[in-house]
Design a protein around this ligand. Structure first.
Ligand SMILES: *Cc1c(COP(=O)(O)O)cnc(C)c1O
Length: 372
C-alpha cells in the first residue's frame, strides 16, 4: 500500500489550502467571456515579472515553446550550435533541434548534477551561438561562470529555469537575467492546471519579438509582420497561476525544510550520496535526488515500504532513439553514470512531518541493509 506517493497534485492543492482560490479563478474566467490575450494574462505577466525582479514577462503555451521561441527570437537557426547540459530533461534539447540548430552537450561537474562550467570553452566552435544553463532540480547554475564564458565568446545566454521558480544565485533571483524560460507544467514548483510557460527578460525588443512570435506574428489582427506561431497562454491558466504565485515562496520554504531534514538524516549512510548545495545558492528543491550504486534495490525496498520514488532521468538524452543519429556521437561517462544512479524522493509543500519521517525511516533502514 502506498503510504507516501511520489507527488500528488490533488493533495498538494488540498493540503496547502489553495484549491478554493484555484476554483474561484477558473469560475471567474469561465464566466468572463474572454479566454485569450485578456486581462488575466496581463495581470499574471506583470506579477511574474515583478516576482522575478525583471522588466518583462511573455507567457506561452508551454515551457518548451518558451525555450524554442526565445531561441528563434535570438536568431538561432540551421547551422548554429547551442551548448546544453548532457544531464537534463529532453525538453532542454528539443527546442534547440526544433530551430534547426544542433545541441552540443557538456557533462555535469564531478559531484554535481549541473553543467560543468570548466568544460564550456572546449565545446565552443565557430558555429556556437548560445549557451543554455539548466537550473536542474531547483539548484541554479553559477551565473558568474556562465556570464564570464558567454562574454568571452560573444554568445547569447538562454536559461532553462523550468525547475527553479523562486531560486536565487549569489543573491539574485533566477528570472532576473536577460532571457529566462520557465515551464508551469502542473508538477513544477509553480504549476498550472495544464500546459503553460513563460519567458522573462530585461530586453524590450526581445519581449516584443516574443509577443509577435506567440501570436501568428501579429500585434494587430490580420497584420502579420513575421511568420509566427500560436503559443499563447490562455486566460484560465493565467488566472490559476496568478492565484498560486503568492504562495510560491512559502511552498519553496517548506521544500527546503524537508530537504534539510533528508540531508541531515542521510549524510554518512553507506552507499548513498546526498545532493550538494553551493553556499551562494538558494535551492528550491524541485527534486531531492540521491545517488547510489544500489539504485534498483533501494527503489524496490522503498516501494515495498510504500514510498513512491522516480528517476530523473533513466535514459540520457543522447541515448534516446530521438537522438540516436546525433553527430558526432558524444562520449559522456558522467552523464551515463548519473542515469544509472539517481533516485528522486517525495518532496513538496503539502508533505506532513509524519510523511517526511516515513521516508526518512524507510531510506535509512534500506541503506543500512544494502550498504552493509
Ligand atoms: C518541464 C521542463 C521543460 C519543458 O517544459 P514543458 O512545459 O513541459 O514544455 C524543459 N526543461 C526542463 C528542465 C523541464 O524540467
Amino acid at each position: 500500500m502506498t503510504k507516501v506517493p511520489f507527488f500528488d497534485l490533488r493533495e498538494m492543492h488540498g493540503a496547502t489550502g489553495v484549491q478554493e482560490e484555484i476554483d474561484a479563478a477558473v469560475l471567474r474566467v469561465s464566466r468572463s467571456g474572454r479566454y485569450i490575450l485578456g486581462a488575466e494574462l496581463e495581470a499574471f505577466e506583470e506579477a511574474y515579472a515583478a516576482y522575478c525582479g525583471n522588466a518583462y514577462c511573455v507567457a506561452t503555451a508551454s515551457g518548451l515553446a518558451a525555450l524554442e521561441l526565445t531561441l528563434r527570437a535570438l536568431g538561432v537557426g540551421p547551422g548554429d550550435e547551442v551548448i546544453v547540459p548532457a544531464h537534463t530533461f529532453v525538453g532542454s534539447w528539443l527546442p534547440v533541434s526544433a530551430t534547426g540548430a544542433r545541441p552540443v552537450p557538456v557533462e555535469p561537474a564531478e559531484g554535481s548534477f549541473l553543467i560543468d562550467t570548466e568544460q564550456l570553452d572546449a565545446a565552443v566552435t565557430p558555429r556556437t551561438r548560445a549557451v543554455m544553463p539548466v537550473h536542474l532540480y531547483g539548484h541554479p547554475v553559477d551565473p558568474d561562470a556562465i556570464h564570464r564564458f558567454a562574454d568571452r565568446h560573444g554568445l547569447a545566454v538562454l536559461e532553462d529555469a523550468a525547475q527553479a521558480h523562486g531560486a536565487r544565485a549569489r543573491g539574485r533571483r533566477v528570472g532576473s537575467g536577460h532571457a529566462v524560460a520557465f515551464s508551469f507544467y502542473p508538477g513544477k514548483n509553480l504549476g498550472a492546471l495544464g500546459d503553460a510557460g513563460a519567458v522573462v527578460t530585461d530586453d524590450p525588443a526581445l519581449a516584443d519579438r516574443l509577443r509577435l512570435l506567440r501570436n501568428y506574428g501579429s500585434r494587430e489582427k490580420y497584420v502579420h509582420e513575421i511568420k509566427g506561431t500560436n503559443s499563447r497562454l490562455d486566460e484560465i491558466q493565467a488566472a490559476v497561476l496568478a492565484a498560486k504565485l503568492p504562495h510560491l515562496d512559502a511552498w519553496n520554504d517548506r521544500r527546503r525544510t524537508i530537504a534539510h531534514r533528508y540531508t541531515e538524516a542521510f549524510t554518512g549512510l553507506p552507499g548513498l550520496l546526498t545532493p550538494r548545495t553551493e553556499p551562494w545558492a538558494e535551492h528550491v528543491w524541485h527534486q531531492y535526488v540521491l545517488r547510489t550504486p544500489h539504485r534498483t534495490l533501494l527503489q524496490q525496498r522503498l516501494d515495498e515500504a510504500g514510498i513512491g520514488t522516480l528517476i530523473h532521468y533513466p535514459v540520457p538524452v543522447h541515448r534516446t532513439p530521438a537522438y540516436a543519429n546525433h553527430t558526432p556521437s558524444p562520449t559522456l561517462p558522467r552523464t551515463e553514470r548519473l542515469a544509472d544512479e539517481v533516485l528522486s524522493l517525495p518532496i513538496g509543500p503539502h508533505m506532513s512531518d509524519v510523511a517526511v519521517e516515513l521516508v526518512v525511516d524507510a531510506v535509512r533502514s534500506a541503506a543500512l541493509e544494502l550498504g552493509a
